[in-house]
Design a protein around this ligand. Structure first.
Ligand SMILES: [Zn+2]
Length: 364
């Protein structure tokens, strides 16, 4: 029977209990939790966000953005300060917004309650840009932060711009600087163990040490063996697989992963992934068949890996990816998929027709 002792004052719940509860909330609900009363506010964990959000960038002209929250499986809306942005890319929780006129602004993690905006030089501050008649939305396809701008004033920004070149910017500079490389066509770049590390269209790994004597030079540090570049698998004979994209990811144990994304040339979309671990010291490369209790997040963001557990609602040994492709009818297909490394199956979610969605990495 319910006794009056059950009807406790919620504000007087034990602090340890409140703390445990707050640890299990998604960022959005944690904000609501903190707003209940003073004792809940002080007991709540300070900034809980170890689950990524999927930013859905289809709503043009709206003052908010929609985020699919993997932890509570709901769509959350967040007001965005820059409503005129028409392109978004993310790196380590920060979001680069591009305006239709080629202005770039970086916004601190939209999951956090603060706003912190950094203005970057415009698109016409890239070298040799005079040949380009106008700015286009996909001008920057990758944006990488070396460190968090809030805690490291000497952070650097690397981008892949225009046809696939690397561009570097440091705070205080008024222009972007091109990074010299043997081939100016890059698939991906990450910040890895103190340097920017990139992969080019010839599947070479290059390192750019922006703190060293040649900060604007990218040197080849690994060439993928030819036999590993092809996609070999026991798929129905006659099926053609096309290399879509190559990603670099730092694993949760610190190793460098080379992930190739393949798409089958058919009317329906099917994807395959292949994960290779590269050891730059021994110059070796091995196939990864099991990511164990980690999962990778790939797309229009700086790629990242996360250790997951049952509380997360994120599946282990998976590749969470966003995709964007022009279909045969020239309309675009975008969405999010989960690739299971165990058996090669794919779950496709959030099919859309507009700009690609992107992962927002937990706080950085
Ligand atoms: Zn949520």
């Amino acid at each position: 029977m319910a006794s009056t002792s059950m009807a406790r004052n919620w504000a007087e719940l034990p602090e340890e209990l409140l703390q445990l509860c707050s640890q299990r909330l998604c960022p959005k609900n944690l904000l609501a939790f903190r707003a209940v009363c003073r004792s809940w506010q002080s007991a709540a964990v300070k900034e809980r966000s170890d689950v990524p959000w999927l930013m859905l960038t289809n709503k043009r002209g709206m003052p908010w953005c929609e985020f699919f929250c993997l932890s509570c499986e709901q769509v959350h809306k967040k007001l965005f300060p820059e409503v005129m942005a028409n392109g978004y890319i993310s790196s380590r929780g920060w979001v680069l917004m591009t305006s239709r006129h080629g202005e770039f602004q970086v916004l601190k993690n939209p999951m956090s309650c603060y706003s912190h905006i950094i203005k970057l030089p415009n698109w016409n501050k890239f070298p040799n840009i005079e040949d380009l008649p106008f700015f286009y939305v996909g001008f920057i396809c990758k944006f990488i932060l070396s460190d968090s701008p809030t805690t490291s004033p000497d952070y650097k920004v690397m981008v892949i711009y225009d046809i696939g070149q690397l561009g570097l910017w440091k705070p205080g500079e008024e222009e972007w600087t091109a990074v010299n490389a043997p081939l100016d066509e890059f698939f991906d770049v990450i910040y890895y163990k103190g340097s920017f590390v990139a992969v080019d269209y010839e599947q070479r790994i290059l390192r750019c040490d922006v703190d060293g004597p040649t900060p604007f030079e990218a040197q080849v540090v690994f060439q993928m063996p030819q036999r590993l570049q092809e996609f070999e698998h026991e798929y129905p004979s006659g099926s053609l697989w096309d290399l879509d994209q190559v990603y670099l990811v730092q694993s949760t144990t610190g190793s460098l992963l080379f992930v190739s994304q393949w798409e089958q040339l058919r009317s329906t979309i099917t994807f395959r992934f292949r994960v290779l671990e590269i050891d730059l010291d021994t110059q070796t490369c091995t196939e990864v068949e099991n990511l164990e209790n980690t999962s990778l997040f790939l797309g229009h963001n700086s790629s990242f890996s996360l250790e997951v557990d049952e509380d997360h609602l994120i599946k282990p040994n998976c590749i969470y990816f966003t995709y964007f492709r022009l279909s045969l009818s020239q309309s675009s297909d975008t969405g999010m998929g989960i690739y299971h490394l165990k058996d090669g199956t794919v779950e496709l979610h959030f099919k859309g027709k507009s700009s690609p969605s992107l992962w927002i990495e937990p706080c950085f």
